[in-house]
Each structure stands twice: as structure tokens, then as C-alpha cells.
Design a protein around this ligand. Sequence first.
Ligand SMILES: Nc1ncnc2[nH]cnc12
Length: 429
Amino acid sequence: MLDHFFKISVRGSSLRREALAGLTTFMAMSYVLFVNPSLLAQAGMDHGAVFVATCLAAALGCLLMGLLANLPIALAPGMGLNAFFTYVIVLEQGYSWQTGLAAVFFSGCLFLLLSIFKVREWIINSIPLPMKMGIAAGIGMFLALIALKTANIIIASPATLVTLGDLHSPQVLLALAGFFVIFALAHRGWHSAVLLSILVVTAASWVLGDAQFSGIVAMPPSLAPTFMQLNFTEAFTLSIIPVVLTLLFLDLFDTSGTLVAVTQKAGLMQKDGSVPDLSKALIADSAASITGAMLGTSTTTSYVESTSGVSAGGRTGLTAIVTGLLFLLALWFSPLAAMVPSYATAGALLYVATLMLTSLQHVEWDDVLQAVPVAVVLIMMPLTFSIADGIGMGFISYAVLCLLTGQLHRTTLSVWVLASVFIAKFVFA
Ligand SMILES: Nc1ncnc2[nH]cnc12
């Protein structure tokens, strides 16, 4: 029956292979259990409650993806999106995290509507190619800056704004060691490279006396501090609209890029280059975001780490379901998550940042209309410390360059609308 429902043998897989693939994907993305609570805690949220919300949102997303779309794609609260939540919505723009959760909820609802009415394809197709590549890589740069700052590898300087941190500090050295360990293990095909690196650096931090051992297994912490804490009062103001739209925009490109990458690798892409059961996959993705906001976490999205399960042979939704069940099991490992110091997860963030930069390989650097907007996004996203401002400046530079080089045929109406909206934001905000 399982075979029939998930088309396991039709897709050339087996029950055993699907289970192994689900475990592989879980190992590759389990760092989210450490990184997400420590990032959202910086926004003032309760560490234990975010840990539970992360497990539940990831489990629900994986189960929905497996059952609805039958794809080997796992979900969890996304890196980049969680950084945008903490550093931009809460710390830069001054919204409470409760209002931030309401914004995540709204953007999830909009995503769901766009997916149901298939408007999403129209939006994706109207965004110029260099912007699509630039955004993923720009978020990589943004994540890298956060990781370097978290680990004190770079620090503030009154003279030069930023400068190299103290390379004699054991914490800095451990963060750097963690980063290199991930690459060394990943290069040898270890799918648990990120998880192992975090555990090794955490163990070293006990030896240094930085972290107290408080056990590995315990009952799950309470979800109450973040459960249904969305604040809709402040979220019903005009100023929240750009926040909601930016979240929607980020999730749209994040998810689209990931779904294409994973289905391509699994050989499940259709002949015309489209993703099978795309609408159902998007519905699973947005439903997980909406529920995640109610539980207490930033936007839940499809994880590009699912490719590791695919390379272990996963071809059906059963892979995602196994990953989802393992996220449920992880609920009992909260003491481990609470012990991990932030410099132990910095290596993981730097690693994800590096992976996100690979989208730059598709940029045609000899074409000014590709090279300049991509470079603008890459430079401005970390330096303005704002994903939204980076995207805005990229759009404006693309529109202006198309105009000045007489290549207006490379713009669409949506490019001009977005460029105008961002110009208005920079002028009046
Ligand atoms: N935002 C994101 N999108 C896709 N894969 C991810 N893995 C970690 N964060 C991710």
C-alpha cells in the first residue's frame, strides 16, 4: 500500500532507501535545531519555546510535503529568513517579535493565496534573471556577516567600521575550526558534517568551561511563551506592508529556487522544466509557515539540504515523512540545543552562506545588465545590513541601466513598479 501511495517502485526506489534518505536529510539540516532558537532568542524570544516551535513546524512541513506533493523535500524555519526576522524586523525596525510573527503569518497567507490562484508563476517570470541569482547570493553574504560578527571573527572599529577580531581568542579559533571541519567532512561525503562540527565545537567549549553540561535528553520545554503570541494590532498598520511583502518575496524566491534544485537533482523534473505537483508543494510550504508563526518561529521553507537525501537515493514523499518524524523525536533533545554556544553554530551559518553564493556561477559577468545589479545586491545587502534595501538597490540599478544603455526591452512592467516603489521608500522613509 505504501509502495502504491508513494509510487516507490515506479520511481526506482525502495522502502529501505527512502528511510535512509530521510535520515540523511535530517542529519544535514538538524543544525537548525541549534541555530534557529539561538538566532530568534536575540529577538527576545524564549529559547526553549522556539526549539519546540522549530521541531513542530519542521515536522508538520515535512509531513505535508510528503503526503500532499509526494516529493523528497524537507522543510524547516529557513536561514536568512530567521536572520531577517531578528535583525531587520525586530532589532532594526523596532517591531516586537509578536508583531513579527503576525507579519510571518500574513506573508504565509499571501503565499498560500498566490499558490492556489497560480499567480506565483507570473511573479517569478517577471523578475529579471540577474536579480534572482543576486538575491540568493546576497542573502549568503548577509548570513556570512552575521556569522562572522556572532563569532567575533570580525568586530566593530571606529576608524574603519569593521576590522579583524582577536585571532588569539579560543572562541574565535574554535569557530574557524568548526567552519573548516564542515568542509573537510562534507568533501568526504559525510551528510552529518554540519551536525558533527557543531557537536565537536560544543564539546570543546565544555573543556574551556564556556558551556555547562546539562544533559542530552529531557522532556520538551514549554511552548507557552511563543504559542499563539501573534500581535495583530500593530500588524494592521500601513508601515508593516513592506515587511510582509519582503517576507513574501524572500520566501517566494527561496522556495522556488530550492524546489527546482532538489527536483532536478532527483530526476523528477518534468520535460518542460517544471516541478511536478508544484502547487501542492507550495501549499505545503505556505501552510507550514502559517502554522509555524502560530507556534512561534520565523518563516518555514523548503530546505536545499534535501539534496543530501536525494543523493542517498530518496525519490518520494516517504523520505520527507521520515525526516519529519525525526524532527518530532528531536523534541526530547532540548538540553543539547540549549548548551550549544553561538560560536559553535557560526561555522554552520558560514557554510550555508558559502553554498548560497554558488548561484553566482550562472551570472554572465560580461553582460553589464547582469553583472552590475548582482554586484549591487551582493555589496549592499551586508553593508546596509538589510536584505530588503539590498534588493531595492539591485532593482533600481537594473532599471536605470536598462534605460541608460537603451535596452528597455529587457525590462517588464513589474521591474518599473518595483523600482519606483523602492525609490519612493528611499526618498520618503
Ligand atoms: N532559507 C533557506 N532556503 C533553502 N535552504 C535552506 N537551508 C537553510 N536555510 C535555507
